[in-house]
Design a binder for this molecule. Structure first.
Ligand SMILES: [Zn+2]
Length: 187
């Protein structure tokens, strides 16, 4: 690989984090496992500057863009689950909140500036937590990107269940379909 070529993240390497962290990201000295009080948990600590590594969970946030009773799904252009359908979303960046990330990912993946509505739900799969907002489309129609090789609105009866990308995709769509079928409550 050339030094300045853009790259994709190698998820096999990411999985070794944080167990294999050897050197302090601040000063470069060796890290060692120490019992940290008062939480009484082993953490990697720098032997020189005292930096403590608190590896955060990788939170995912996404948008459930609904238009005329149909939800926008994209066909994933990258691994994992390439070729499968899910809603726009991705990792919350350091310094960003879940709502910002959901809006940014939707803009990047399907080219839409959407307006966030209520929370559809928070869905969990192993160590992954996915925050999903309902959203309404703005002016732009959905467009394709490297991350979305197909985009389409699906009605509740039209969901491509066998071709959904992740367990959290299934859970989020299940929750939305159920909400569309609830009898309207009178106020
Ligand atoms: Zn250090």
């Amino acid at each position: 690989m050339k030094k300045h070529d853009p790259i994709h993240a190698n998820h096999r390497v990411q999985r070794d984090y944080p167990a294999k962290v050897k050197f302090c990201p601040l000063c470069g000295a060796a890290m060692e496992s120490r019992m940290l009080m008062p939480e009484n948990a082993e953490r990697k600590v720098c032997t020189r500057c005292g930096f403590v590594l608190f590896p955060g969970p990788k939170l995912v946030a996404g948008c459930f863009v609904v238009d005329a009773g149909r939800v926008l799904l994209l066909r994933r252009g990258i691994e994992p689950a390439v070729g499968k359908w899910t809603f726009p979303g991705g990792y919350v960046d350091f310094g960003e909140n879940a709502a910002d990330a959901a809006l940014r990912e939707t803009r990047e993946e399907v080219g839409m500036r959407v307006a966030l509505g209520l929370l559809l739900g928070v869905f969990n799969d192993g160590p992954n937590t996915v925050v999903v907002y309902l959203a309404t489309p703005g002016k732009e129609p959905p467009s394709l990107s490297d991350e979305a090789t197909g985009v389409r609105y699906f009605a509740p009866d039209d969901i491509p269940w066998p071709d959904l990308a992740f367990p959290t995709t299934i859970d989020a769509i299940t929750a939305w379909v159920a909400s569309t079928r609830k009898p309207r409550q009178s106020a």
